[in-house]
Design a protein around this ligand. Structure first.
Ligand code: SAH
Length: 206
């Protein structure tokens, strides 16, 4: 089904603008076609503020949460960002508009492959997708200015703290099942200073 562009405007007014003060983030949501990142049977729901299934038991996050997590990263356009949990590639595509280079790791090869194809087809050349276990980060391109994890970790993986620059930001849901909290960590003198943001529900980081 063809998307009604009015739906996208509604989504942005109601769910994106309340979660960010950054006009560049709002523009990124206008630019990125979410309908390209979901299976065909989900396309008519794509401008609702809900998570949607993308196959392999995984989901694309709800847009308001993508906006909020993006805002927490505090990007200015020059950063090297690491994402754990590529999924559909949608969050990475949003980040591609807001930072210099995005490195994104996905555990499941099938999802990584689809995300790569989508991102290539749409021409987001500064997103680099890798298959692997994101708990170990991606040492090859470290250190990162910002790291975003889009699956819930039982605890914050030390490798991610190690691969973050001093002054860098880590946004990560921590916890299990329905007892998860979104956290913002800012690295200072080798340690994370952590702020609890709000309860969230993500698929588990495996
Ligand atoms: N950011 C995604 C949503 C991700 S859902 C989007 O915009 O669509 C979480 C993803 O994390 C799933 O695709 C899941 O397969 C992946 N994942 C789970 N554990 C992981 C791990 N240890 N390393 C890398 N990816 C992982």
């Amino acid at each position: 089904m063809l998307q009604d562009p009015v739906d996208k405007k509604f989504l942005i007014e109601e769910y994106i603008k309340p979660n960010t003060t950054d006009p560049k983030i709002i523009q990124a949501f206008l630019n990125i076609p979410r309908e390209e990142f979901v299976p065909p049977e989900q396309k008519d729901q794509v401008y609702l503020n809900i998570a949607l299934p993308i196959g392999e038991g995984q989901t694309i996050s709800q847009p308001s949460l993508v906006a909020q997590m993006t805002q927490l990263l505090g990007l200015t356009g020059y950063e090297k960002v690491l994402e754990i949990g590529t999924g559909s590639g949608y969050q990475a595509a949003i980040l591609s508009q807001l930072a210099k280079d995005i490195y994104s790791i996905e555990l499941l090869p099938q999802l990584a492959e689809i995300a790569k194809q989508t991102l290539n087809r749409l021409g987001y050349k500064n997103v680099h997708v890798f298959t692997g276990n994101g708990k170990q980060g991606l040492d090859e391109y470290a250190p990162y200015d910002a790291i975003i994890v889009t699956a819930a970790a039982k605890e914050i993986p030390q490798a991610l703290v190690d691969q973050l620059k001093d002054g860098g930001r880590l946004v990560i849901p921590v916890g299990k099942d329905f007892d998860q909290n979104l956290k913002l960590g800012i690295k200072k003198g080798g340690q994370l200073e952590i702020t609890d943001i709000e309860p969230v529900v993500f698929v588990p980081l495996k």
